[in-house]
Design a protein around this ligand. Structure first.
Ligand code: HEM
Length: 229
């Protein structure tokens, strides 16, 4: 029996999963779509050349700049605060990776794709809604600490990189991802969200997954992968 959101009496128990569990269950279908995007599969199969990989890193840089800018704006928010830690920050590693891949002078010259721009606009809109910001924070960072770690190993092998170029996938300050993710999920469970706000947060996570899938679609098109996605 789960005691979601507080006290439960024997007579009136309505079994509801913890919010972190609910969120995962409700969004997993969207996760699978993002995971199986053509660009992602081609990347894992070693079919994307180095320039295509660099283009993806440039999209990530714009996305994390938006996330980490909004994070600074929400630093005093009681809702967002439990989730925030410098240990997760990815902008410095993405800048370094991109500089290593294309040269420091070209870091700002790679194009941002339309889906990336839509994604960053949406993230910036979250500066007025901490729950929505957490939705985007969760979708990226918990993913980076999950499948992202495995993706990093494949990418490092495919491009023959050991550090510079793939440091995004390495969290130096998080020794053990599992306890970190458990704590993160405990913060999700403790967030002061009524059921209607929980629904809004779940909907924003689905939106975040969709935006990620859209970025993969644009990337596929940009690198000339057959069929777009
Ligand atoms: C090839 C691509 C991908 C693979 C192989 C993959 C794999 C995985 C795996 C195995 C887990 C479960 C880890 C666990 O139970 O602790 C996971 C979790 C997760 N992934 Fe992915 N993933 C991929 C792409 C993505 C993308 C594109 C996103 C979103 C941007 C994402 C976001 C997440 C999130 C948020 C979780 C945590 C779910 C939760 O436990 O609440 N993943 N991924």
């Amino acid at each position: 029996m789960s005691t979601w959101g507080g006290s439960v009496t024997a007579q009136t128990t309505v079994d509801r999963p913890f919010f972190s569990q609910l969120l995962r269950e409700r969004s997993w279908g969207f996760h699978q779509r993002a995971e199986s995007a053509g660009f992602m599969q081609a990347l894992m199969d070693g079919e994307i050349d180095r320039a295509g990989y660099a283009l993806m890193v440039a999209q990530h840089l714009a996305i994390y700049e938006a996330l980490e800018t909004v994070e600074r704006e929400l630093y005093t928010s009681d809702v967002a605060k439990p989730f925030l830690t410098d240990k997760l920050h990815r902008v410095p590693s993405l800048r370094a990776d991109l500089a290593a891949l294309v040269g420091p002078e070209r870091v700002r010259t790679l194009p941002l794709l339309p889906a990336t721009l839509r994604y960053t606009v949406r993230i910036r809109e979250m500066s007025g809604w901490a729950g929505g910001f957490v939705a985007h924070h969760y979708t990226r960072y918990l993913g980076d600490l999950s499948g992202g770690l495995a993706i990093g190993k494949v990418v490092a092998r495919v491009y023959g990189l050991t550090d510079a170029g793939v440091s995004f996938y390495r969290f130096d300050q998080i020794e053990k991802p599992k306890p970190f993710k458990d704590e993160y999920r405990a913060h999700l469970d403790a967030a002061p969200w009524e059921p209607d706000e929980q629904e809004r947060v779940i909907a924003e996570v689905l939106n975040a997954y969709q935006l990620n899938t859209d970025v993969f679609t644009d990337l596929a098109e940009a690198v000339g992968l057959g069929g777009g996605r």
